[in-house]
Design a protein around this ligand. Structure first.
Ligand SMILES: O=C(CO)[C@H](O)[C@H](O)COP(=O)(O)O
Length: 232
């Protein structure tokens, strides 16, 4: 699949998911190229159809885009509960275990997700996999002592790589932390791995989102298809 085809599938999934946002809702807005299409569509509805909803964003990038359309954005602590959060994902398997954080927003994404009544992911079909882990697993790490955390990951065979931007500078998250990507190839025991990562001092959060998502909208050449998680 070339990039144009993949973008078309992402866009179709984003437009489909935008239908879930209705007047008066509090909606969590994720981060990434698929979510950009979602926010474009929500912005269009705000401007052309008078849709009124309140957004809680998972990154400053999404906040800027949404506010550019006149969408009202509030802080996550200004709401009791989020009705629905729509976000992208890097991989998802048939057990609804997934990897997120390709866009370095995993911490805010997980905070917003865990305070949402419903979680929806929008992906193109290439993200639906048998076993997660081919996509390098993002881990958000505090800068102080990050070198030691990386050495511990190396000793465990996790193949960590500190994420750099196109200019070779260390990527910083919205919380000013680093991202370390673990090149695991496949993750057969995601729950054990999640526990091990979160128990490592210096790790703030990891990109394993295990059985958290309720619905996945998959951009498919035959039209968006919905995967519903019956085990939550
Ligand atoms: O987790 C994320 C950001 O931290 C993104 O949702 C994920 O990386 C998917 O991004 P894209 O829609 O650009 O493929």
């Amino acid at each position: 699949m070339d990039k144009a085809q993949q973008d078309a599938l992402k866009k179709a999934a984003g437009i489909e998911a935008a239908k879930l946002v209705t007047d008066g809702m509090i909606a969590g807005l994720g981060t990434g190229s698929t979510v950009r299409f979602l926010v474009d569509e929500l912005g269009r509805r705000v401007q052309e159809e008078g849709l009124r909803f309140t957004g809680v964003t998972t990154s400053r990038r999404t906040q800027e885009q949404a506010e550019g359309y006149g969408i009202k954005i509030v802080d996550v602590d200004d709401v009791d509960r989020i009705d629905v959060t729509i976000d992208g994902a890097d991989e998802v398997d048939k057990n609804f275990d997934g990897i997120k954080g390709g866009g370095a927003a995993l911490l805010w994404e997980k905070i917003v997700a865990t305070n949402s009544d419903k979680i929806v992911w929008i992906v193109d079909e290439s993200k639906v996999v048998d076993t997660i882990g081919a996509f390098p697993l993002p881990v958000e790490v505090i800068p102080f002592g990050a070198g030691h955390v990386i050495k511990k990951f190396e000793a465990k065979g996790y193949k960590p790589v500190l994420r750099l931007d196109a200019d070779g500078k260390k990527v910083r998250t919205d919380e000013n932390n680093y991202v370390v990507d673990l090149h695991l190839g496949r993750i057969d025991h995601p729950r054990e791995l999640a526990e091990d990562l979160i128990d490592t001092v210096g790790v703030v959060e990891h990109g394993l989102f295990l059985n958290m998502v309720d619905t996945v909208i998959v951009g498919d050449p035959n039209g968006p298809r919905v995967m519903t998680n019956g085990n939550k």
